[in-house]
Design a protein around this ligand. Sequence first.
Ligand code: SF4
Length: 105
Amino acid sequence: MNELLKQLNLDPDSFAWQDIALCKGHDTELFFDRAEADQVIADQVKSMCDVCPVRNACFMQARENREQGIWGKYNWDGKGKVTEEKINDHDEAVRINQLLGANDE
Ligand code: SF4
């Protein structure tokens, strides 16, 4: 791992998964208020998450720290639960919340 990070010109001693996030440098509001207000923006952000190399780490960060907004492709409610309004995404959110043991209220 250290060798790979060096080849990528990253310092293994200070590396954090956020360093190679696809969204690094983007307007963070895209993942919060702007995505909440505009489904097209939300879908575009989630398309970026689909191919992000640190999606799993991002997802776990949202779960463990009870984040709010889009993390790891999903909308989080700030209480450790995935929320989705689109029908297919809602079904997937229910399944994920069951796996996480989050209450489906
Ligand atoms: S999964 Fe999405 S929100 Fe998370 S780091 Fe990657 S691009 Fe950013």
